[in-house]
Design a protein around this ligand. Structure first.
Ligand code: C2O
Ligand code: CU
Length: 493
């Protein structure tokens, strides 16, 4: 392109150097994280698995002939190593910081109790470590761990601090879904490079960083050899500001149908057929796709680029390619999907709106109900009693931006969305922890504020907005504070 490495007229965004190896490099698979040891906790009569992650710098040669990008990642790779956990088996993970920046680790999708939830100000400095405790008591789901350090989340996550954390359970294992080599975690990221090949920093951005180089598992526009059979694909969008609308297309640009089977919070009630998938920042959506009709052909994963009204680049219309071989080596998980997948524990329904939150830009800052996270005296915007079922109304205050809103601790059900975009068919069957507020949309979500008390964050997951400072907190308040006796320590959400 003419504009490669040049500032666009009237725009402070840059285009990356042209990437010449589209679909020529193989999809990387992050290694599985191995535990160091297990020990017996005689109080709970359970084993706890202990892991150690070393946060350290590494280089990635993205462009041949240019400089490598300087990154910092979990165990010196990005995505970080994949945790594969069994429900019911607790874990302690020590994160050792050998980078320059302060860090905080959030296990996104886990109801980790404070202070193990990655509170933004709970930073671990250079040459310090923190041990995080993860209960692993939720149903099988795809989680991810990423940085959450105050005002530097965008830089830290984008320069490498993000990885998969996959929770399995026996109920899900009973369903014969594609597993092993047929179960692929796919971490999407859109990045921007400088003309010398180094990674453009989001540090000075105050609005958004869309990125024109699409990565999957750290590799720009990779390919993956697959067998002509069914695959489970676990999509995660780790981008700073880019949402995707994904389609699988054959050589004639015919869109392949697939089944959406799981969301942020694990399996849907049933498989939902679709030929496109909307995924915004921090969301996880899982699909089962059948390549059996495409022996010896290529299937391209494309991005329709119409999810957000914001600026865009031509290079972002493709994501990766599946190169379909002609032999199937195993038929495990290759059968028909069951008509129903699980009883999703939706909260009991109720009427009325308990709280309203408006996400908008005011005076050059991103705010929730007029408050920034830096406003320490006002940032606790809600005190739900522990165990309460509440409906929160999340309103996009306008201005043409979209805001993927993430509420820590809980899984919620999307009960309504105003405007022309309805609640999507696969959203209806799902519990979620992120929901996209499209431009001028208002969304209602219902959740049980459990299982723990404590102070938790909620925020926009456009990481530039989050850092500047569209983040607030809620305090799940002990029932004792409302005059009820505390009977149990755990309220199952
Ligand atoms: Cu994925 Cu509060 O973050
Ligand atoms: Cu936002």
């Amino acid at each position: 392109s003419l504009f490669a490495g040049q500032a666009l007229a009237g725009d402070d965004q840059w285009l990356s150097p042209v990437y010449k190896e589209i679909f020529q490099n193989e999809l990387p698979t992050p290694p599985t994280k191995e535990k160091k040891y297990s020990y017996y906790n005689s109080t709970t009569n359970r084993y706890i698995d202990y892991y150690e992650v070393d946060i350290k710098p590494f280089e990635q040669q993205v462009y041949k002939g240019l400089k490598p990008a300087q990154l910092v990642g979990y165990d010196g790779i990005s995505p970080g190593p994949t945790f594969r956990m069994e429900k019911g088996r607790e874990a302690i993970v020590r994160f050792v910081n050998h980078g320059e920046m302060d860090i905080s680790v959030h296990l996104h999708g886990s109801y980790s109790r404070a202070p193990f939830d990655g509170w933004a100000e709970d930073v671990t400095k250079k040459n310090q470590y923190k041990d995080y405790y993860y209960p692993n008591r939720q149903a099988a789901r795809t989680l991810w761990y990423h940085d959450h350090a105050i005002h530097h989340t965008a830089e830290n996550a984008y320069f490498g601090m993000a990885g998969f954390y996959i929770l399995h359970d026996p109920e899900e294992d009973k369903i014969n879904l594609p597993a092993g080599d047929y179960d692929l975690p796919l971490s999407l990221a859109a990045k921007q490079y400088n003309s010398d090949g180094t990674l453009f920093s989001p540090a000075d951005e105050t609005v958004s960083l869309y990125g024109d180089v699409i990565h999957v598992n750290g590799q720009p526009w990779p390919y993956k050899k697959v067998e002509p059979r069914k695959y489970r694909l676990r999509f995660l969008d780790t981008s700073i500001s880019r949402a995707f609308k994904l389609t699988f297309e054959d050589l004639k640009a015919k869109k392949l149908p697939f089944d959406v089977i799981a969301s942020d919070a694990g399996l849907l009630t049933k498989p939902v057929q679709s030929d496109n998938l909307e995924i915004s920042m921090a969301e996880r959506w899982e699909v089962v796709i059948d390549f059996s009709q495409y022996k010896g052909q290529n299937v391209t994963l494309k991005n329709a680029r119409d999810v957000q009204a914001d600026e865009d680049y031509n290079s972002t219309d493709k994501v990766m390619q599946f190169v379909v071989g002609d032999t199937v080596t195993s038929d495990h998980g290759n059968g028909n999907l069951p008509g129903s997948l699980r009883n999703v524990p939706f909260p009991p329904s109720k009427t009325g709106v308990d709280r309203k939150f408006k996400f908008e830009r005011q005076g050059g800052e991103w705010k929730v109900n007029g408050v920034t996270f830096a406003d320490v005296n006002n940032r606790i915007l809600a005190k739900p009693p522990r165990g309460a079922i509440e409906i929160w109304e999340l309103e996009n205050g306008g201005g043409g931006w979209s805001h993927p809103v993430h509420i820590h601790l809980v899984d919620f059900q999307i009960i309504s969305r105003s405007g022309k975009r309805p609640v999507l068919n696969y959203e209806k069957e799902a519990l979620k922890d992120v929901v996209l507020l499209g431009t001028s949309e208002t969304v209602q979500v219902i959740a049980r504020y459990a299982p723990w008390d404590g102070v938790y964050m909620f925020h926009c997951h456009n990481l530039i907005h989050e850092d500047h400072d569209m983040m607030a907190a809620f305090n799940v308040t002990s029932l004792a504070d409302f005059g009820y006796p505390e009977t149990t320590k755990f309220i199952d959400p």
